[in-house]
Design a binder for this molecule. Structure first.
Ligand code: PHE
Length: 358
């Protein structure tokens, strides 16, 4: 115990002399570790008589406290010095790529809309939009679907609560009402594309109550059925990236077009695997037709001067076909694993990297 002052002086100067955190830890273990010089002294207390034990115990405890404080202080000083040295040396290399885990991806719906807009954009179409909540006039009547028309039952409609005048707003069942908004606001020539949500009371493996469409509308004095076919065939080739993809115009019926057609593309479904552009099967991808004269007249456009075509295609549908996505409902479940699998790297989005005329 006589050497306590000397031990104190030695330990304190060793703490001060520690050059880095590892050094300091070594000092701590030499003193306070299981076999440390200080620990040995503590064990030696048992051999002393009661009075001396008390005195020596207090002195040892004081030393231990002082030593711990000195260790803490030195540790703080060394850590700060280490941090400063690091900050001094480190440079941020702004040329390194972004950390991959911070990168999101583009949802297949957004990607598909981008691709469709880009293809039709090159043909001179511009984007128009309209509200998701519509009135009966724009969604049905102006599109030549009067009350009691069976086509109203074809599209199970979500209605909003009755208003004071007894009428009810609804969630648009297709993007076609934007044809009406546009033709009432702007006079021809017109060449528009309308991407947007549509709603129908339907839910199973191939239907969700909300889905996406892109509507197209061309109105001028000379556009005819040949233009409609040429335009949509060019679209199918560009979108599916198959030059000779078979395209079939099958007679159909929509109240707002006459004549009307549905477009099918050729595919094969051998062994449960879908292949576009080969085989002898057909898959429907869109509805189209020449705009009905009554629809033009409803928008104050003279059908004896103007004519044109319209089409509406389902975004989820063509995305599923192109990328082999089996279940429609997965589009809206926000499952990150699904998004990582079917999503697109940001730089694959065509309209984000290239301007018009790419
Ligand atoms: N609106 C139709 C539908 O949702 C598609 C369509 C649009 C058909 C334009 C002809 C012209 O089924």
């Amino acid at each position: 115990m006589e050497n306590l002052d000397q031990l104190r002086a030695e330990l304190m100067s060793a703490v001060e002399a520690a050059a880095d955190l590892d050094d300091l830890e070594r000092v701590r273990v030499t003193a306070l570790g299981r076999k440390g010089s200080f620990t040995k002294l503590m064990k030696g207390l048992g051999a002393l008589d009661a009075d001396r034990r008390k005195e020596a115990g207090r002195a040892l405890n004081d030393l231990k406290e002082d030593l711990s404080r000195a260790l803490e202080a030195r540790k703080a000083a060394l850590s700060e010095a280490a941090l400063e040295a690091r900050l001094d040396q480190e440079r941020i290399d702004v040329t390194l790529p972004v950390r991959p885990e911070a990168e999101g991806c583009i949802h297949p719906i957004s990607q598909t809309i981008d691709e469709v807009l880009e293809i039709f954009g090159e043909m001179g179409f511009t984007v128009a939009e309209g509200p998701d909540i519509e009135d009966d006039f724009h969604n049905f009547t102006a599109l030549n679907i009067p009350p009691e028309h069976p086509a109203r039952q074809m599209m199970d409609t979500f209605y909003l609560p009755e208003r004071t005048d007894g009428s009810r707003m609804l969630l648009r069942t297709h993007t076609s009402p934007v044809q009406i908004h546009t033709m009432m606001a702007v006079k021809p020539p017109l060449r528009i594309l309308v991407p947007g949500r549509s709603y129908r009371r339907d839910s199973d493996q191939t239907h969700t109550p909300m889905f996406h469409q892109v509507e197209g509308l061309v109105i001028d004095e000379t556009t005819h059925m040949g233009h409609l076919k040429g335009c949509l065939i060019a679209f199918c080739r560009a979108y599916f990236e198959v030059d000779d993809v078979p395209v079939r115009f099958r007679p159909s019926y929509f109240p707002f077009t006459e004549p009307s057609a549905e477009v099918d593309i050729g595919c094969s479904r051998e062994g449960g695997e879908l292949k576009i552009g080969a085989g002898d099967d057909w898959l429907e991808i869109l509805g189209c037709g020449m705009v009905h004269p009554r629809v033009l007249a409803n928008c104050d456009i003279d059908p004896t001067t103007y004519q044109g075509f319209a089409f509406g295609l389902g975004i989820e549908r063509i995305a599923m076909l192109k990328h082999g996505i089996p279940d429609l409902r997965a589009f809206f479940e926000s499952d990150l694993r699904w998004l990582r699998h079917y999503g697109f790297a940001p730089l694959d989005a065509p309209s984000l990297i290239a301007g018009p005329g790419r």
